[in-house]
Design a protein around this ligand. Structure first.
Ligand code: ASP
Length: 419
């Protein structure tokens, strides 16, 4: 019997996972079936994420250094850099603008009683992190002994070192051919292992979704319903309308073509809530299904998974206005401008792991004098909103690789435009 394609298997598995999660909700946590089911899905889900994380660091290291080294052949290196950065900053700005417009229009949080959350706020201690200190910490985190960074799984520092190594390989030219070949082979073998890990993706994604849905607290969702609806609405608008539109404008590719090609990555992002853990899958989708050249994907995607976070940026902006409404503070235009920029910096500084945005959120709140403790209100629903936020982050990275490819390697006919 022939199995359906991996892509379809993952889709079915996700649907079954969600359905089982809801079923477990109705049975209640004491039911034996639920306890056994949750234990097993917890174990399987964690194993799947462990496997993705296992391969993440070698993948980031090899793909960025090889990606840059190979750009040399196209004499396009600076164009790739510039278009990537313009795309990252530009789309994050669009995301935050949409977020602020929606939050000002719908005013989530106004009318809610802050006293309801007093308990949650009392038990929460926010870490003070003023902007200059955050910035200094971010800069310090960039340059680390590469061996320590590799061993500790410090993605940002690995990205930085791989960038520098890639540039050195370009400048050194022929002299470093052996090293370049070695890294290229290491990358190929890493991608082969990714292929093996992906065979487990249907099971892993199903397990993660069962657990996620089964343990959700539905009550808190209804209390914060308006906030959740605004966040989900803007995430969907940006991720599934604006970004595909940007793609269409630059490359004339249809949203369906995009969705068919990157569905595996989006589902993995949704289930794992981690752009970093999803990176191996995004790389596979981009290079094998969406025809992104490996040197472009190898540069844009790992960098994007680390700093390009449209979903996180827009979430942080809406959340800041939500908390302002909750405590009855009207943010002025200038204060909203500050939210605009700090949300962008906070999103860039957030690592691609679950709930990372919550940590850097403190920065946004403090920049306009809002109580950081109010984050405690958002924590119970964060795991749920993080799913879609991460999906939009990954969508942004993949669209970015396609746009950058179009902008840079546009030597007529060399670019494969088949849809
Ligand atoms: N979980 C997100 C990601 O990995 C980051 C965040 O917003 O918390 O992209």
């Amino acid at each position: 019997m022939k199995l359906p394609s991996l892509n379809l298997q993952i889709l079915f598995a996700a649907i079954i996972g969600v359905a089982l999660g809801f079923y477990f909700q109705t049975l209640g946590p004491q039911h034996q079936l639920v306890q056994g089911g949750l234990y097993t899905s917890g174990l399987l889900g964690t194993l799947f994420i462990d496997l993705l994380k296992m391969i993440l660091i070698p993948l980031v290291f090899c793909s960025i250094s090889v990606g840059i080294a190979n750009l040399r052949q196209h004499h396009q290196m600076h164009r790739v850099w510039i278009s990537t950065l313009i795309y990252f900053v530009g789309t994050m700005m669009i995301a935050i603008t949409l977020a602020l417009l929606a939050a000002n229009y719908f005013k989530p949080g106004s009318g809610l009683q802050i006293t309801m959350f007093a308990d949650a706020m009392q038990n929460f201690e926010a870490k003070q992190l003023p902007l200059p200190e955050f910035f200094a910490q971010f800069l310090h985190g960039l340059f680390v002994n590469p061996f320590a960074a590799l061993a500790q799984g410090n993605v940002l520092a690995v990205v930085m070192f791989a960038l520098i190594l890639g540039i050195a390989l370009v400048i050194g030219g022929e002299r470093f051919n052996h090293l370049r070949t070695l890294l290229q082979e290491a990358l190929d073998v890493t991608m082969l292992i990714v292929r093996w890990v992906m065979y487990l993706a249907p099971l892993g994604i199903m397990a993660l979704l069962i657990k996620l849905i089964a343990v959700q607290d539905v009550m808190i969702l209804t209390t914060l319903a308006k906030f959740v609806v605004v966040v989900v609405g803007v995430l969907l608008l940006h991720g599934f309308l604006v970004l595909p539109l940007v793609l269409y404008l630059f490359t004339r590719k249809s949203p369906w073509w995009l969705l068919r090609g990157n569905r595996e990555a989006l589902l993995t992002a949704f289930a794992t809530s981690s752009s970093a853990a999803t990176l191996p899958v995004s790389m596979r989708c981009a290079t094998q299904q969406l025809n992104v050249k490996p040197e472009i994907a190898g540069f844009v995607l790992p960098l994007g998974a680390t700093i390009n976070m449209d979903g996180t940026a827009l979430y942080e902006a809406i959340a800041a206005l939500f908390i302002a409404n909750l405590v009855g503070i009207e943010l002025s235009f200038v204060q909203q401008l500050i939210v605009f920029f700090t949300a962008m910096i906070a999103a860039m500084g957030a690592p691609g792991i679950p709930s990372a945005g919550m940590v850097t959120m403190v920065l946004v709140l403090q920049s306009v004098g809002l109580p950081a403790e109010a984050i405690a209100i958002l924590l119970p629903i964060d795991r749920l909103l993080d799913t879609l936020r991460t999906t939009v982050n990954v969508q942004g990275d993949i669209v970015g690789s396609l746009v950058v490819q179009k902008m840079t390697l546009q030597t007529p006919k060399s670019l494969n435009t088949n849809t």
